[in-house]
Design a protein around this ligand. Structure first.
Ligand SMILES: Cc1cc2nc3c(=O)[nH]c(=O)nc-3n(C[C@H](O)[C@H](O)[C@H](O)COP(=O)(O)OP(=O)(O)OC[C@H]3O[C@@H](n4cnc5c(N)ncnc54)[C@H](O)[C@@H]3O)c2cc1C
Length: 498
């Protein structure tokens, strides 16, 4: 059945994902007189952030709260957190997302346990461009074991990338055997809660960390803390490079003392033999070994399948023929967007970054190792499929440098555009201090996941002048280099080589 333009206007704007970007999008839609409906796959809002709730953000509260969301929160008696404090992921959910989701305006407009499976438009597949023009979007949604079909006048996909980590193998492909259930049982994810929920499982065991970004550093340092509790805890660290010098960066000379201290601790642990470094490691295949050959002795496989310690060890075959063994593997290999559900939409994505094409020129990790990205809105984020937008972390595709503040400006502009307020959509309302000090040293690897775990800035004044350069490149807010440009490119050193 074809929908008339009048019925189209009565449909909600569907927002996919109730993370900070999705809830901010809903707040901005309401502010623009549009009706939002937020569909969240998880059982609660902020489902992705809850999984890294033990990690401390590096950007202080003042950059983590959306302006339209704050307007909904203020009349409820909500107390804004201290602007200069750095929340953990769990605190971001508890002190911001949950109260926001409870506001009278948003409460009834959020549906949890609603996982969007596929999005299309009208009644024809995407090759029928003219027939689909002006037709409602159609979303297939998994809910309570059933698949529902919903309609929308427009769609903002703010479903993040947390659910689709990069595979462990080389060339962007899974290592052989990576998907085998016995192997999967030994994989810890990108940012395991080493000192909390996972401590009992990892204490006294051998963990291999793969990756060279700050997520890997975080996990390694936390494992070292676990090792201090139980010296039987073994730690190996596999990186692609011939040495870890790039990871150690400027060390004592680093312009960021917190980052310098962090990597110097790591260097000492490696040089002291507490962490075994494996260089030039391309993971080729993963399997479970016949027996577990730990320092404590050789143990045959078998035993209680519910007892993690009784499972055989994970065997890691490297591309050059070397073999490693560990009990667990933590792969800090970054994230990529889930595009399968968007297959019936006409998208214009950068072929490498998998972000909207015009945005890719601002964030391509081969050219931008860090630096805040200039504010951008509906025009930069538009696709041939009119009325569909990627926003938030997912809009950055495979680039790891997304910031919440940038996402809030994205959804402000998108909501204004959908409401027909083109002047407001085109205006840029984001004022991030300039940065650009982190080219080279400690720059993010696009295949590394973001991570934090940082000390609070020493003074409020420091924060007035600072905004973190990226979501993953720095363990502390970046100082501002005088005269540097927003989104400063790092040039040929990071230029495409292929
Ligand atoms: C460890 C870590 C630390 C970070 N620190 C900072 C920081 O300090 N400052 C900063 O600005 N940024 C930081 N970031 C980057 C970024 O701000 C966060 O990743 C943030 O969570 C992105 O918000 P989002 O709403 O775009 O996506 P998410 O928070 O990932 O939310 C997406 C939501 O969509 C849901 N979803 C997924 N698929 C579907 C589907 N098919 N249907 C329905 N719902 C779906 C998910 O369950 C989730 O709730 C950090 C990221 C990480 C991983």
């Amino acid at each position: 059945m074809e929908s008339s333009p009048a019925s189209l206007a009565e449909l909600p704007v569907v927002v996919v994902g109730a993370g900070p970007s999705g809830l901010a999008a809903a707040a901005h839609l309401l502010e623009n007189g549009l009706e939002p409906l937020v569909l969240e796959a998880g059982p609660q809002v902020g489902a992705a952030i809850r999984e890294w709730g033990h990690i401390k953000l590096f950007s202080p509260w003042r950059y983590n709260i959306d302006a339209a969301a704050a307007k909904l929160l203020e009349p409820t008696g909500w107390e804004p957190p201290r602007a200069t404090a750095l929340p953990t992921g769990a605190e971001l959910v508890r002190d911001y997302l949950e109260p926001l989701a409870r506001t009278p305006e948003l409460g009834d407009r959020i549906r949890t346990d609603h996982r969007v499976l596929a999005i299309s438009r009208g009644t024809r597949d995407k090759t029928h461009v003219a027939a689909r023009a002006g037709q409602p979007f159609v979303l297939q949604v998994a809910h309570s074991g059933q698949v529902l079909q919903l309609q929308a006048r427009a769609v903002i996909d703010a479903s993040g990338t947390w659910g689709t980590p990069n595979p462990i193998g080389s060339a962007g492909l899974p290592a052989l055997g990576e998907d085998h259930p016995a192997v999967a049982a030994r994989l810890l994810g990108s940012l395991p809660d080493v000192l909390g929920a996972q401590a009992a499982r990892l204490r006294g065991r051998h963990t291999l960390v793969v990756g060279a970004g700050h997520s890997a550093i975080n996990t390694l340092l936390n494992l070292a803390a676990l090792r201090r509790e139980d010296p039987a805890t073994r730690i190996s660290w596999a990186i692609r490079g011939a040495s870890a010098e790039r990871v150690y960066g400027g060390g004592d000379a680093d312009q960021l003392p917190a980052r310098g201290a962090l990597v110097q601790r790591l260097r000492r642990l490696v040089e002291g033999g507490e962490i075994t470094l494996v260089t030039e490691a391309e993971v080729h295949a993963l399997s479970v070994a016949e027996s577990s050959d730990r320092e404590s002795g050789v143990r045959e496989s078998g035993g209680d399948p519910d007892d993690d310690a009784a499972l055989p060890a994970l065997e890691v075959a490297l591309a050059d023929g070397r073999r490693l063994r560990a009990d667990h593997l933590a792969a800090a290999t970054g994230f990529r967007p889930q595009l399968q559900m968007l297959r019936e939409l006409r998208l214009e994505l950068d072929p490498a970054v998998e972000s909207p094409r015009r945005l890719a020129t601002l964030i391509d990790p081969e050219f931008h190792s860090c630096g805040t990205v200039e504010a951008h809105g509906a025009d930069v984020l538009a696709h041939p499929e009119e009325g569909f937008f990627l926003a938030g972390m997912k809009s950055y595709g495979r680039a790891p440098t997304f910031l919440l503040a940038t996402g809030y400006e994205q959804v402000r502009s998108i909501a204004a555009h959908l409401a027909g307020a083109d002047a407001a959509a085109a205006a840029r309302d984001l004022n991030l201090p300039e940065t650009g000090v982190c080219s080279g040293v400690g720059a993010p690897d696009p295949e590394e996941s973001p991570s934090c775990g940082v000390p609070e800035p020493s003074s409020p004044a420091q924060n007035q002048a600072q905004m973190p350069a990226s979501s993953c490149s720095s363990p502390a807010p970046e100082p501002v280099a005088a005269g540097s440009r927003i989104g400063a490119s790092t040039g040929v050193l990071h230029g495409r080589t292929g």
